[in-house]
Design a protein around this ligand. Structure first.
Ligand code: ADP
Ligand code: MG
Length: 698
């Protein structure tokens, strides 16, 4: 699905890929694993834990520039702050602002985060630093959870929540300062927020914006906010402040010729570093959990071999690091067992910016990263392994020079480096845009093509989004939001396909069931063991949506405090409770928009012998784009775009006779492109429910 495959990549033994359609509001770290993190589970290391809170705050690098930050904010509309992860941007800047009086007179400071876990975790930390309870001075607002009260002065929110707030208060008038945090990630909502805030700033000269980034690559963002067109630098309205400007030099080494065996080249390089180079820890960038485990095994074999054969090697410790790993294991990257022991950290991209590890002297950069991509043509979003960008390669190399001069081994040629794209494509250029377009429309931005994007999205993705929203009934012939459907869909805190399903379900007499299904599909990590299809014991032959509904109904008939049933069935009890929470929230929204709650079980109409039909039709009303037809070879083909897909082994439909027509929720690619969460449908429903999208003959 990605077109950026290079010859270099083909030569490699390709790391396994995992693709899926992603949710608008993400629960986890964007797909690199895990998804089970709770508020307490964010990887942070505090080297000053033994000091008092005040001393800890003073010891942070950012404290050195506290006055400079406050001064630059007085003199400029926008301040871009660049500093390594851990230097104190997120926790300290909002506190400095409050201390300097920015939050007086009923105002408050907002700091946005791309991930909900981060917003919750950092709010808890700052509440602790201020010695208050969460919600008093410091609070957070994330999808389905809000701890903000009248007295809250520092609000940590996801970017998505702040965008939502603009529907009520377009100028965000209560906020004198808005900090857009983790801007280097260029997440989709962050980019939209930057565009929106630039518009607000044009109307509200008093609004100060702080953009915070963990990479030096911040010039574009500064230029974006700079409204000075005179050419006179002294009149700039945006300025960059760099904390910890100095990094030690890093020696870059390239391969002389492309590697044929990726795994082997990586292990050999690590072994060479360990056997020939002076002390210093090694950080290896890999693409995912499976690759990390493969390299770890290969490395253990090679190092123990070398130990036996030649001389005794100096001690080493191999430490894997990826977000699906339990927190206690992730924390091991920060432990310093013994000065003589060399740490060899095998990490995913999270070590590039999300965390900062001291003591790294050698970086091994395999040159790949797993990211989300989107094809406007097939309408499918997926996680794919692609070559990194030059910016990303430089950021990785910089991890070797934090404490002293370091070395970076790039496992590709210098020529290959020169051919890499300069920047990583921001998420907005590789995403499904339907949710974005819907939200912008709801904010009164009708001419989406003229919107001032930091990086404009590709036209085919934009067209696809308009087409889908039109077919969903959210837009009318003039491309305007429909009333009330389009407006309700924009305000519902779920993807438009989901809100459409909920709205339609009333007509099918099954809103209770559909809300449960939406809640079940909104959570992640329900099954303790993914590889085993535990869900089979709850099988409903019409597919996974109905199976999940069945599972929820059985659970809700049990006593809530009884976690043993979950345990017996290998279902994650905590995740199940979260689903109950999400469902409650959705019910509250349904009430707000006067969506009638009806259950199909209360319907005694003899004309509906199969009660799953109305439920399945309601599902079709949201996900008609994802319909697929059985092919002679057992694969499926999407109806609209003729894209080849297979049924994923975890689906309850994988063990039955393949149904002729299915509808899927998600795509995952490992060895093939697999559909996940399937529902058996009748082809006539597609034409009946989405005639604009499917103009084929019945
Ligand atoms: P940045 O935003 O620049 O990455 P933060 O403000 O998040 O930095 O963190 C600054 C420092 O505060 C960290 O280096 C760590 O020492 C401490 N810290 C942050 N969060 C926590 C936490 N949850 N528990 C303990 N210490 C923390
Ligand atoms: Mg931060």
């Amino acid at each position: 699905m990605s077109s950026s495959t290079t010859s270099r990549q083909q030569q490699h033994q390709q790391p396994q890929q995992q693709h899926r359609l992603s949710m608008f509001d993400r629960d986890d770290d964007g797909g690199s694993g895990g998804g089970l993190n709770s508020a307490a589970d964010l990887l942070v290391f505090n080297s000053n834990q033994k000091l008092s809170i005040t001393q800890q705050r003073i010891a942070l690098p950012i404290f050195q520039v506290r006055r400079q930050i406050l001064y630059l904010l007085e003199t400029h509309q926008t301040l871009v702050i660049v500093g390594n992860t851990g230097c104190g941007k997120t926790t300290q800047i909002p506190q400095y602002l409050v201390e300097a009086g920015w939050a007086e007179g009923g105002r408050s400071i907002v700091c946005t985060q791309p991930r909900r876990v981060a917003a919750m975790s950092v709010a808890n930390r700052v509440a602790e630093e201020t010695g208050t309870n969460i919600g008093e001075i410091v609070g957070y607002a994330v999808r389905f959870e809000d701890t903000i009260t009248e007295s809250t002065k520092i609000k940590y929110m996801t970017d998505g929540m702040l965008i939502r707030e603009m529907m009520m208060d377009p100028l965000l008038s209560r906020y004198p300062v808005i900090m857009i945090d983790e801007a280097h990630e260029r997440s989709l909502p962050t980019d939209i927020l930057m565009g929106l805030l630039k518009k607000v700033q044009a109307r509200r000269k008093d609004l100060k914006i702080i953009v915070s980034s963990a990479t030096l690559d911040a010039e574009d963002m500064c230029q974006f906010f700079n409204s000075n067109r005179t050419g006179d630098k002294s009149k700039d309205t945006a300025v960059i402040l760099s904390i910890e400007g100095r990094n030690y030099p890093v020696d870059i080494h390239y391969l002389l010729k492309s590697s044929v065996n990726y795994i082997d080249t990586t292990t050999t390089t690590i072994v060479d570093i360990h056997t020939t180079q002076p002390p210093g820890d090694v950080l290896v960038f890999l693409t995912g959990q499976e690759e990390i485990e493969t390299i770890r095994r290969a490395l253990e074999d090679r190092l123990s071999d070398a130990n036996g054969k030649s001389r005794r090697l100096s001690p080493y410790k191999i430490i894997p690091l990826y977000s699906g790993l339990p927190m206690t294991k992730q924390m091991k990257v920060f432990e310093k067992p013994d000065i003589k022991v060399r740490k060899i950290i095998l990490a995913t991209n999270i070590a590039e910016t999300s965390i900062t590890i001291d003591g790294i002297v050698y970086v091994v950069d395999t040159g790949f990263v797993k990211i989300k991509t989107y094809s406007g043509r097939s309408g499918l979003e997926s996680l794919v392994v692609v070559p990194t960008s030059q910016a990303s390669a430089n950021q990785r190399a910089g991890r070797a020079g934090r404490n002293r001069p370091g070395k970076c081994y790039r496992l590709y040629t210098q020529e290959a480096f020169s051919k890499l794209s300069v920047h990583t494509l921001p998420e907005i250029q590789r995403s499904n845009l339907a949710p974005v377009v819907l939200q912008l429309k709801a904010l009164g931005i009708d001419n989406i093509l003229n919107f001032d994007f930091v990086s404009p999205p590709p036209p085919d993705a934009m067209i696809r989004a308009l087409e889908v929203l039109y077919a969903l009934g959210a837009l009318n012939d003039d491309c305007k939001l429909t009333t009330p459907v389009g407006h309700i869909m924009a305000e519902f805190p779920v993807e438009p396909q989901f809100s459409r399903m909920i709205l339609s379900s009333v007509n099918y007499g099954c809103s209770e069931e559909i809300i449960t299904i939406v809640a079940m599909l909104s959570i992640q990590g329900l099954f303790v063991n993914q590889s085993q299809s535990i869900r089979r014991s709850f099988t409903v032959k019409e597919g996974d949506h109905l199976t999940l509904l069945n599972l929820f109904n059985i659970f809700s008939r049990k006593s809530k405090s009884d976690s043993s049933w979950c345990h017996e069935n290998q279902i994650n009890y905590k995740v199940m409770l979260r689903c109950v929470q999400v469902r409650k929230q959705l019910l509250a929204y349904a009430k707000k928009y006067q969506i009638k709650l009806i259950s199909i079980t209360d319907n005694n109409d003899k004309n509906i012998p199969d009660k799953t039909v109305p439920i399945r039709k309601a599902i079709v009303s949201g996900f008609f784009t994802n319909a697929a037809h059985l092919q002679p070879d057992g694969s499926y083909q999407t109806v609209k775009d003729k894209h080849k897909l297979w049924i994923h082994p975890t689906s309850v439909l994988s063990t039955v006779n393949s149904p002729e027509w299915v509808l899927f929720h998600d795509v995952t690619v490992t060895t093939k492109e697999f559909m996940k969460e399937l529902c058996v449908i009748e082809p006539s429903w597609l034409y009946e429910i989405a005639p604009h999208f499917y103009k084929f003959k019945s």
